[in-house]
Design a protein around this ligand. Structure first.
Ligand code: TEU
Ligand code: CA
Length: 525
């Protein structure tokens, strides 16, 4: 078997920097805070860290609105903090992945200030400007992901600009070659500083229809659902020309050794896998969000895994995600007991796993009252369940005030259960989910079958999902009980090497009684 690259063998850990560790009592996590908590990442055993945006930003969308691509926001620290963090991560054997947000800038970015100034200035075409429609309204019917029209009238010139997200986030025009060049310079700036890869924000939205055609209505729209679901995003997403840009990004990364290009892509499997590129010259890891969207039951999980793995182009590498800063946390979605089963699934499937900070201690969404809302997705469309604050709350490190996250007032409150759901308590509690994560990761790192074997004999029996992983003469069978009652399964004779209950080891068996929400890994002879 070919030697695996770090991003194939490794485990990625996503840090939402505002909520990881504060170091200066302003209640907001920062780069020195991440440095202080490096031992946690090392103890956990992850291989790479992806940090959500840390660039100068007015924070209208908490850093996904960038005003300068080549610096660090003072909230998070300085370029020298960044260089220190990179050096410390590398010294500890970890890679660093940055968030790259190419679809839009902040409306405070100097490029946009110049672009909006006049019809004829040199940067006018860097953004997407259109005349009003004949009735004076927006140029077409496209909607913003955060509600309302995707077009904002700019009184200075009487034209509308496109914003796929907030009006404070104008979309760049990736059909303009100077934009491509400027953004590729940004990638080089960070690559030259030692960054090991990028997670590219909304990769599938980068190019829009050149004729700006109206989107058709969505026949599946349910009244009461958010605005942006009323139409099908035919003309403002997943356009064929997008892959050309992705290939250019990849080609640039390939001029440096062993860098990784990850794409944030919310598309069904058949479209998602096209982002690998027909000759694997696209993204190495188009983020696979299927686990976020599949009902937690053995049969749908079986079908989804089967379809995803069979859709992967030959030679491409799969990947798996249970959560991120835009989605309900897994422990909230499926409950604390099944979150342990999900951990075993994530870390025993074939392909690169990404862990969202807090998953390792079973953090749940924190209810945020209307007065405490920070996220514009909730502020713009209150009560529709669009808010992302609940999954972005500070990581509790111990049971001291504010969980050791800050000595100030945290920017979002901690969960009511942080006295028990925290890193320190779970470190000493031998059967905690944190210790399950650590053992799963330890096992994965020393098992060639888990690192490189494909998924074999994938099936389901009743409520149990089963599959095998092999390499050389190492053969493992994984059994996951997706329900909260006992399941009895005929097993090949083998020896239990890990249970999600963390209590049975070396037990030999023929028939397996899986306890409620139990997952086990069995070593086959
Ligand atoms: O998210 C893209 C995206 O499509 C989200 O709008 C997602 O569908 C939504 O949050 C689900 O509730 C990326 C970033 O991950 C997100 O945090 C940013 O707000 C967005 O892009 C704009 O940059
Ligand atoms: Ca701080």
């Amino acid at each position: 078997m070919k030697e695996l690259l770090w991003w194939q063998r490794g485990i990625i850990y996503q840090i939402y920097p505002r909520s990881f560790q504060d170091s200066n009592r302003d209640g907001i996590g920062d780069l020195p805070g991440i440095m202080r908590r490096l031992p946690h990442l090392v103890d956990l055993g992850v291989d790479a860290v992806w940090i959500s945006p840390i660039y100068p930003s007015p924070m209208a969308d908490f850093g996904y609105d960038i005003a300068n691509y080549c610096d660090i926001d003072p909230i998070f620290g300085t370029l020298s903090d960044f260089d220190n963090l990179t050096a410390q991560l590398h010294a500890a054997g970890l890679k660093l992945i940055l968030d790259f947000v190419p679809n839009h800038t902040s409306n405070q970015h100097p490029w946009f200030l110049e672009s909006r100034f006049s019809l004829t200035n040199a940067r006018r075409d860097w953004y997407i400007w259109r005349d009003p429609s004949p009735d004076g309204g927006p140029p077409n019917n496209w909607t913003s992901q955060f509600g309302g029209s995707a077009w904002e009238l700019d009184p200075t010139t009487g034209q509308y600009y496109l914003h796929s997200f907030l009006k404070e986030q104008p979309d760049l025009n990736w059909r303009n070659h100077e934009v491509c060049k400027a953004m590729f310079d940004v990638l080089r700036f960070w690559l030259d500083r030692g960054v090991d890869g990028f997670r590219v924000d909304v990769m599938w939205l980068l190019i829009k229809d050149d004729q700006f055609r109206d989107n058709p209505p969505n026949p599946g729209y349910q009244p009461g659902a958010p605005d942006n679901q009323k139409l099908l995003s035919v003309y403002n997403s997943n356009r064929p020309e997008t892959l050309e840009i992705v290939k250019e990004m990849r080609a640039l990364l390939d001029t440096y050794p062993e860098r990784v290009l990850i794409g944030e892509i919310y598309l069904p499997t058949p479209q998602l896998v096209t982002y690998y590129g027909p000759n694997l010259e696209g993204a190495q890891l188009p983020f696979n969000f299927q686990l976020l969207q599949t009902a937690w039951a053995a049969q749908p999980l079986f079908e989804m895994i089967r379809d995803y793995i069979s859709a992967i182009p030959s030679g491409a590498w799969p990947n798996w995600v249970l959560g991120n800063h835009d989605q309900k946390r897994i422990a909230t979605r499926i409950g604390a007991a099944q979150a342990r089963v999900a951990a075993m699934l994530l870390l025993t499937l074939w392909g690169t796993p990404t862990i969202y900070y807090g998953e390792e201690i079973g953090m749940t969404d924190v209810p945020i009252s209307p007065e405490e809302v920070r996220d514009p997705a909730e502020k713009n469309q209150p009560g529709l369940g669009q808010g992302r604050d609940p999954e972005r709350t500070p990581l509790p490190w111990d049971d001291s005030p504010s969980g050791g996250f800050t000595q100030g007032k945290p920017w979002l409150k901690l969960g009511p259960d942080y006295a028990t759901i925290n890193v320190a308590s779970q470190t000493v509690q031998s059967d905690s989910i944190l210790n399950l994560y650590r053992q799963l990761i330890t096992l994965r790192r020393k098992s060639a079958a888990l690192e490189e074997g494909t998924v074999e004999a994938l099936r389901f029996e009743g409520d149990v999902l089963l599959y095998e992983r092999s390499s050389g003469d190492e053969h493992l069978a994984i059994f996951l009980n997706t329900r909260h009652d006992t399941q009895r399964i005929a097993a090949k004779t083998g020896k239990v090497i890990l249970s999600t209950y963390l209590d049975r080891h070396d037990e030999s068996l023929d028939t397996l009684h899986l306890r409620p929400a139990e997952g086990v890994i069995i070593q086959l002879p």
